[in-house]
Write a protein that binds this ligand. Structure first.
Ligand SMILES: [Zn+2]
Ligand SMILES: [Zn+2]
Length: 691
């Protein structure tokens, strides 16, 4: 049980001698500038230090492409790599077939609790936070090696969280999540981090650190773990177990090295010293990361909320946070998901109360729709159900797997007999049945949707049922969710949502949670992470509201190469890190053209013109075949049947008698396109084929 853990049990080796963690430390000789960095500074964003040039917002670089850089490749903006030369950063290419020996450069999968390099290598920030920042001078004249921090993805969308830290020959990676495509990316199943930046630096990767087991933090591992050479994964227990389960399917299980960490762990990854601290979220085993680096201390609290009454869990490690703040934090990487929402995030215990009433008082079957990774919620529902002698059937593969893992690890405190297979629900009276299911976002093939449309093989909704939505509405899903709710309501089934009771609380802190984080940790610099542009901006505004100087907030973007030193930062480059596409069993390597074509097909349809005997002197109507799909032609429309083929005959016969195949094709394509657009005011996909 995780509530046995000692939240105060600190073991931060780097802090064991506070006197050594001051800025008075002489920089070691290894911190001399490396010329290898200089040539990379192609696109220099104006950083706070050269704001004087009056370039406006210090964080906005020139030619910044919009979200999801895939678009940028085929647009006039050009690739955002901005002249990478012949280096190919594109999705998956070059790295996919490589095989690297595992464990190279790793710490051997063991938590190391001893120092391996001189104390001088580690320093914490001298500034005590933005409360002192009025007197604080941003300096650009740092001579030592700067730390490179690259948010690979997760700064322009929700999901695919992944960050790379690089100092000299040491690289560490934080999280590797999965995200979902936006509406233009037709046919793409999901998105995973594009770590092509490290593909030719595999030997430098010292480890991959996982904060917690949510999909947006571990969901990409199955697709990218081999591409980055199977580095050691440092993950909290529950996340570790979830990753092992995933790796069984991908065949990585044998090669994976997973080290379990907790709030007491401290270890080195090359020159990075890591330690962890507990934070509350909606999943057990959620740990923030403290990274002591040669330029100063960097920390990220993972996804979090400050829950003063967590459900059967220890609270966040306030004392450790305060201690970190006292010692000095150079950079806080703070998640931004709910930073636009005022107040505090509700406690998990607030939900327990209403959930308990709902479960206890239900007179028919209770069907609860939720996210499969909200393990804290699964735990609450299972335990409350058991208390009232109800049986729980779990629907949906991921939900079932996660429930079983959590039960096996002892996080869900119920007897095995509380779980029943779906087939057995008919052996119990309806008021003893609780069904947990996915699909609360209106996902087309999820069980809840199938129930709503009477398409589920084993569960038919009845009037006596109650359907509970124990989840938030993810932006973009509102339409589908409303449709789902209406469909269920048509059956006379009772529906409970957060509008009625407190049945869901987000695991992400709101404004006040973030203020507390800043007040406790007092970072010199803030890098808002995890969120869309407006969320990052809200996080910046919040920090400035507490007195932080604008120049101390780094608004980054996916692929931004942020150089960091004790008195400053600068975005010096942008690497190609557009997320890799996952479709079926294929990853990466997709051409932007594919989704453009799909979009075109769905919007405009396709017309295929097949031309036989193109080389003969005179072609006739018999040589032409025209088919169209998804292109609307009215019944009385004779144009497509007669006029159009005649025009093609005319056009081809007018062409140069010694007909070059490619010439004919290109020419005909252009003319057909023009003709169709003039006639129908549409631009379908045109395919001209010569046989
Ligand atoms: Zn999370
Ligand atoms: Zn997250």
């Amino acid at each position: 049980m995780d509530n046995n853990q000692n939240p105060g049990g600190l073991n931060v080796a780097a802090n064991s001698n506070p006197q050594q963690n001051t800025n008075n430390i002489q920089r070691s000789s290894s911190a001399s500038p490396r010329e290898g960095y200089a040539p990379r500074q192609r696109r220099v964003y104006s950083s706070p230090s050269n704001q004087n040039a009056g370039q406006g917002n210090p964080n906005q670089g020139p030619n910044r492409p919009s979200r999801g850089g895939y678009q940028s490749r085929n647009t006039s903006q050009g690739p955002r790599t901005g002249g990478q030369g012949n280096r190919n950063y594109r999705g998956g290419q070059g790295g996919q077939n490589r095989r690297f020996s595992p464990n190279r450069g790793n710490t051997g999968g063991q938590i190391i609790r001893k120092r391996r390099f001189p104390d001088e290598m580690i320093q914490t920030s001298s500034a005590k936070g933005w409360n002192d920042s009025k007197n604080y001078q941003f300096k650009d004249n740092y001579e030592g090696t700067k730390l490179r921090l690259i948010p690979i993805s997760g700064l322009e969308m929700i999901g695919t969280n992944c960050t790379v830290l690089e100092y000299e020959n040491d690289i560490m990676i934080i999280d590797a999540g999965l995200g979902f495509p936006d509406i233009d990316q037709v046919g793409i199943d999901s998105l995973v981090p594009n770590l092509s930046y490290v593909y030719d630096k595999i030997a430098n990767i010292r480890g991959l650190v996982i904060t917690h087991g949510h999909t947006d933090h571990i969901g990409g591992l199955s697709q990218i773990y081999d591409k980055i050479g199977f580095p050691t994964i440092y993950a909290p227990r529950l996340a570790a177990e979830m990753i092992r389960e995933k790796f069984k399917e991908t065949g990585f299980a044998d090669r994976a090295k997973i080290v379990e960490i907790d709030g007491d762990s401290s270890y080195y990854l090359g020159k990075f010293h890591l330690s962890h601290f507990r934070m509350n979220h909606t999943i057990m085993d959620n740990y923030g990361i403290v990274i002591d680096t040669p330029v100063g201390r960097i920390m990220t609290p993972s996804d979090y909320k400050f829950d003063l009454t967590p459900y059967k869990e220890s609270p966040s490690d306030y004392s450790k946070l305060a201690k970190l703040g006292d010692e000095g934090v150079l950079l806080l990487m703070d998640e931004s998901t709910n930073v636009k929402i005022k107040g505090w995030a509700p406690s998990e215990s607030a939900i327990a109360h209403d959930l308990e009433d709902t479960i206890r008082d239900s007179h028919g079957r209770l069907i609860i729709g939720m996210f499969s990774t909200m393990i804290s919620r699964i735990r609450q529902i299972m335990e409350i159900s058991a208390r009232y002698n109800k049986k729980v059937a779990v629907l949906g593969r991921s939900l079932e797997t996660n429930a079983k893992i959590s039960h096996r690890l002892g996080y869900i405190d119920v007897t095995t007999s509380t779980f029943i297979p779906l087939e057995e629900i008919r052996n119990y009276p309806d008021d003893q049945i609780v069904i947990l299911t996915t699909g609360s976002q209106g996902e087309p093939n999820a069980a809840l949707m199938r129930m709503a449309y009477d398409e589920h093989r084993r569960i038919q909704l009845k009037q006596s049922d109650t359907v509970v939505f124990s989840s938030s509405r993810i932006p973009g899903n509102e339409g589908r969710i409303d449709k789902l709710i209406n469909k269920i309501a048509e059956k006379g089934v009772r529906i409970l949502t957060n509008d009625h009771l407190t049945l869901h609380a987000s695991g992400h802190g709101c404004k006040e949670d973030h203020k507390l984080m800043l007040q406790l940790t007092k970072p010199k610099f803030l890098l808002p992470i995890h969120g869309e542009a407006s969320m990052l901006a809200a996080n910046k505004e919040l920090a400035m509201g507490l007195g932080m100087k604008e120049e101390n907030v780094i608004i980054g973007h996916d692929g931004a190469v942020i150089e960091l030193w004790p008195d400053g930062w600068k975005i010096v480059d942008t690497i190609e890190s557009s997320p890799l596409w996952v479709e079926g069993n294929r990853v990466g390597d997709f051409d932007l053209k594919i989704t453009e074509e799909r979009k075109l097909l769905s919007d405009e349809g396709v017309i295929v013109v097949t031309l036989k005997n193109f080389a003969s002197e005179q072609i006739t109507l018999q040589d032409i075949e025209i088919t169209h799909k998804g292109f609307f032609v009215q019944n009385k429309d004779n144009y497509m049947r007669t006029e159009f083929p005649n025009k093609i005959v005319e056009v081809v016969n007018r062409m140069n008698p010694d007909r070059d195949k490619e010439n004919v094709r290109v020419n005909l394509h252009r003319q057909v396109e023009r003709e169709i657009e003039m006639k129908y005011e549409k631009k379908p996909l045109i395919i001209v084929s010569l046989v």
